[in-house]
Structures are given as structure tokens and as C-alpha cells.
Design a protein. Structure first.
Length: 568
């Protein structure tokens, strides 16, 4: 065929199911309803536009954050990475992050594919993400390399080839894993029916006349009498101001109202079914696009949560995985990943949230400041909001079945009664259970702090040999370490002090704790600098080995000594 000679081989092979740019150029797919549908014309249908708009806006408004995975658990934001501002703030000179992500998601929904060119500098550092409209991009497989390449046409018809690593490609459900289905094409019959129904209804109002009723009378009126009667009738009963007015009919005149024909009631139902079909194609709950027939006050919240988990979550995952595949390198960015902050979308009512917070506070995995942060509120003054509660009636599951050690009698010769941790004041088993209950918190916090310290030191030393950047880092890291150790140390001291029956920690104990932590952190930093001066490898080995346990033991022993000192 002539088209086979003109068009590329890959394109001609799929001419029975042509790409959207060709469909648009030819005027769109002709539907059974007689309406041509393209991704652009489909947007004029209210239900289709509402579905596209809701999904693309809701996906784009949720922040997409770049994190680094910490060991053994946890994560932290990587604000220093060049990809972070592209995803969170501004991907290029002309768009905000929400604008680019909203537009690309809209392209992926309607056209089947959303594209952005990944612009790198000479060092291969990503500088920007430039939007590519899907009607000017054709992905295909390079027969020599068997990798995806993208043919990009500019507005003048000039073509260039981009490699797979140069294009951020977002697409939904598809046949070959290379491109996604165009919902505008798949749903063309439902969209065409909806557009045809709108056009038909508009034609009735523009060209047709619908009478509300018929007046019957005996005899025939003359031309002048008929004109006078029509003007009188219109003046008394026509218009909004005369609606529902009681009619007074004379000379045997009878009024017979005209009801809506059955076929037109089906027309109204048909428009509702058409909107519901569009919702099915996009997998959105009907109430999201304004169909409230089945929505109630009791189920609307659950339907909204299902919208996030069943509809938006798949697009969140597509964005996150494409960021990992195209914007992060396997060598240097292995521990980095992108993730959406979907917590705000899944928030329940205030009663359910506060009930969950109360449980988390009671069992010790959230502090008061953690709760306030979730509620977008400022933390409590001082350190009181960073205390994690620990129920004293809970213990390690491994200790179940073991016989408790007998308490020493109050009059034991070795007990002079002055030690606040003696049997007369507080049992040794209580001290042990308290310290063990806080051991995991100390371990996790200190391992995380040392992991961050090692990573930062490694990055600094790979770029700076003078030592200036390292000195600058440790001058700031001292406060960072102090802020990291203060919450678990305060929690441990508070638990020990409460076990003594001391109530709230005294100001003297707080001051002693702060001074001791400053001393511990300063010693730690001096130890780190000395280790680095001797051998960087020795530093990494020590910091990633037993240093965390040493620092945790040192801090725990100091907390116990501080409480012992001021509890006497």
C-alpha cells in the first residue's frame, strides 16, 4: 500500500489502531453516534474532563519527596540532591513542580503517555525536566540495541532521536509495556455518546419549541381577538414571576398540560449512564466527578479513602518508580527513593485521629510533638514534647515464664538506705526493666546519627582534601548530635525519676542532663576527628561497628548517675 511506503514500518503495522497524533490530524475516531473523538475534543465532555482534572490535580498536589534509606531503619530527606528541587519545587524555568506533574499525568490519562526530556550538564547532573507533548513523541524499539528510543518532532516538523535515559516516560495500562492505552480512544463510544446527547439536547433548545400545555375552546377566534388573548395570557401567566399562579379561565376554555414523553425521560437517564461509564474507565468513585446518586453521609468518607488507595495510589507508584529508574543512578543513589506524602489524603475524622494518637502515645511509639507534627502544629516548648511514654507493666516477650529474682530485704547489711536505687527506694528489677525498655530507642537513634555522620564525612572527604569542609561539618554536627541524643535521654531520666516517685523532673536534674550530654557529644566529636586524622578506614570501621553500642552505654550510665545523684 502507498501508506506502507510513506509511513515507518512500525507505524504502518499498527495503522488499524493508529496513534493519537494521527487520529487527531485526521479529525478523530468516528464513533457509532456519528461524533469524532480526539483526546482534545473529549475534554469538552463534563464527566471526562472532571475525571482527568481530579486525578491529575490530586496526584500533582501531593508532594513528591526524595529520601535516603537509613540503616537499620528509617529515612531522611535528601535536600542536597539535585533531583530534590526538581520534584518538590521547580523542574524547569517555566513551570512549577505541580504544573509539570499535573500536565504529564493528564497526558498519561488522556493520551496514554506523558513525556519530559531529562536535561543534563556535562557532568551528567540533571538540570531540568522539559515537558514534551505526546502528539510529538513516538517511542519505538531500536532494532540494533533493543532499547527504547523516542522520536521527537518539533513544531516545524524537524525530528530528533532521544535515548531512553533522556526521557521521563509516564504511562498507564498498556499492551506491550512500552506505551499506555489512550482512554480517549478506548472510551470513544461512551464519550461520543455523551457528546451526541449534549448536542441533541442543545439542538432542542436552539431549534425546537416545547409547549407546557394546550388551551382548548369552543368556536374560532378572529385574528385581532387571538392576538389580544395571546398578549393577555402571556402577561398574566408567562415568566418566572407568574409561575404556579392560579389560572382563571373563561368562555369554556380548558387547559391540558403536556407531560414529558417516555423517550425523553430515557434521554436523561442515558446521560447519567454515560457519565457513570466514564467513571468506570478512570476507576474513580462516581461522587468524585459529581455523581451523587449513591453517595450518603455514612459512606462518602470511605469512598474518598478508596479513591486514594484504588485510583491515585497506582499513579503515585508509577511516578515513584520512574523517578528511581530514570533520575537516580544505581551506583551513587542506591539508597535513595522518591515517595509521596499521602498522609493528608488518608486522614480520617478528628475523633478517629485523636483515638489513634492516644493509643500511639500510651504505648510509646509517638511523642506529643510527633502528634503535633502530624496535625501541622508547632511543638511544645522545651523538651517536654519529645518524651516517649513506656508502660511499666510491659516487658520483653522473651522473659515470659522466667522466675523473677527475689528482692533484697529492706534491712540487708549491704544496704545503707542512702542509695535511691537500693531496695528500700526502687527495685533493681525496675531499673533494669526501664533501661531495657529504652535501649531500643537509644540504639536506633544513635545508629541513625552515626550513619548520617559516616555518609556526610564520606561525601565531604571525596570532594575536599583540605579539611575545611570537614571542620565546618563537625562544628554544625555537634548541635545535631546534641539534638538527637536529648529526647531519648530525657525520656530515660524521666522514667527513672518517676519510678522514684519524684513526679516531674527537677530543673537541677534537667541542667545536669544537658551539661552531661554536651560533654558526651564534645568527647564524641573529638574522638571522631582524632580517628579521621589517623585513618579514614579505621573511622568507618569503628563508627559502623561497635561505636553505637559504646555511645549508647555511656549515655545510659550517665542518665542513671544523674538521677542517682539528685534522687538522694
Amino acid at each position: 500500500m502507498i501508506l506502507d511506503r510513506i509511513l515507518p514500518t512500525k507505524l504502518a503495522a499498527t495503522f488499524k489502531n493508529p496513534p493519537d497524533w494521527l487520529v487527531g490530524a485526521l479529525g478523530g475516531s468516528l464513533t457509532t453516534a456519528g461524533v469524532r473523538v480526539t483526546p482534545a475534543s473529549a475534554l469538552t465532555l463534563a464527566a471526562y474532563f472532571a475525571a482527568i482534572r481530579c486525578i491529575s490535580e490530586d496526584v500533582a498536589k501531593v508532594p513528591l519527596i526524595l529520601y535516603e534509606r537509613l540503616e537499620p531503619r528509617g529515612k531522611e530527606r535528601r535536600r542536597d540532591h539535585p533531583v530534590y528541587p526538581l520534584l518538590k519545587e521547580q523542574p524547569n524555568a517555566n513551570m512549577t513542580a505541580m504544573t509539570l506533574r499535573e500536565t504529564m499525568t493528564q497526558h498519561a490519562l488522556g493520551w496514554g503517555n506523558g513525556y519530559a526530556e531529562i536535561v543534563r550538564d556535562r557532568d551528567l547532573t540533571i538540570q531540568s525536566l522539559e515537558l514534551l507533548t505526546p502528539d510529538r513523541v513516538t517511542p519505538r524499539i531500536n532494532e540494533n540495541t533493543e532499547r527504547v528510543v523516542y522520536e521527537v518532532r518539533n513544531r516545524h516538523g524537524e525530528q530528533r532521536i532521544l535515548q531512553d535515559f533522556q526521557v521521563f516516560h509516564l504511562h498507564g495500562l498498556g499492551y506491550d509495556g512500552l506505551t499506555g492505552y489512550s482512554i480517549a480512544h478506548l472510551a470513544r463510544e461512551a464519550i461520543g455518546l455523551g457528546l451526541a446527547q449534549e448536542a441533541s439536547g442543545s439542538t432542542v433548545f436552539s431549534n425546537g419549541v416545547r409547549a407546557g400545555g394546550i388551551l382548548e375552546m369552543d368556536g374560532v377566534l378572529g385574528e385581532v381577538e387571538l392576538q389580544n388573548f395571546r398578549e393577555s395570557w402571556t402577561r398574566q401567566y408567562a415568566g418566572v414571576e407568574n409561575a404556579n399562579k392560579t389560572m382563571l379561565l373563561e368562555h369554556g376554555i380548558k387547559f391540558k398540560p403536556i407531560t414529558i414523553p417516555f423517550k425523553e425521560s430515557q434521554f436523561i437517564e442515558g446521560r447519567s449512564f454515560s457519565a457513570a461509564d466514564i467513571a468506570r474507565f478512570f476507576r474513580v468513585p462516581p461522587h468524585i466527578i459529581g455523581i451523587m446518586d449513591a453517595a450518603t453521609f455514612s459512606n462518602i468518607e470511605q469512598q474518598s479513602i478508596e479513591y486514594v488507595t484504588l485510583t491515585l495510589m497506582s499513579w503515585f507508584v508509577r511516578w515513584e518508580q520512574e523517578v528511581k529508574r530514570k533520575l537516580l543512578t544505581k551506583v551513587t543513589d542506591e539508597d535513595l527513593f522518591a515517595e509521596h506524602l499521602v498522609d493528608a489524603l488518608l486522614r480520617g475524622d478528628i475523633g478517629s485521629r485523636f483515638k489513634a494518637y492516644a493509643t500511639a502515645r500510651q504505648w510509646g511509639w509517638m511523642s506529643a510533638n510527633d502528634v503535633l507534627e502530624k496535625e501541622n502544629s508547632n511543638p511544645l516548648p522545651g523538651d517536654q514534647g519529645d518524651i516517649y511514654l513506656s508502660p511499666l507493666n510491659m516487658g520483653d516477650a522473651e522473659d515470659i515464664g522466667e522466675e523473677p529474682e527475689p528482692d533484697e530485704p529492706a534491712g540487708d547489711e549491704d544496704n545503707d538506705g542512702d542509695d535511691p536505687f537500693s531496695a528500700t527506694v526502687i527495685h533493681d528489677t525496675t531499673v533494669e526493666s526501664i533501661t531495657e525498655a529504652h535501649a531500643d530507642v537509644f540504639g536506633e537513634r544513635i545508629e541513625r546519627l552515626l550513619k548520617i555522620e559516616c555518609d556526610r564525612v564520606r561525601r565531604i572527604m571525596s570532594k575536599d582534601d583540605s579539611g575545611e569542609k570537614l571542620a565546618e561539618f563537625y562544628s554544625e554536627h555537634t548541635q545535631f548530635m546534641l539534638d538527637g541524643l536529648r529526647p531519648p535521654s530525657t525520656a530515660l531520666c524521666g522514667s527513672l525519676w518517676a519510678a522514684l516517685g519524684g513526679g516531674e523532673m527537677s530543673n537541677v536534674l534537667k541542667s545536669t542532663l544537658e551539661a552531661g550530654l554536651i560533654s558526651i557529644v564534645n568527647n564524641h566529636v573529638n574522638h571522631a576527628r582524632a580517628s579521621l586524622d589517623e585513618s579514614a578506614e579505621q573511622f568507618y570501621e569503628c563508627w559502623q561497628g561497635g561505636r553505637a553500642a559504646e555511645l549508647a552505654q555511656e549515655t545510659t550510665e550517665f542518665c542513671m548517675a544523674a538521677v542517682r545523684t539528685w534522687g538522694e
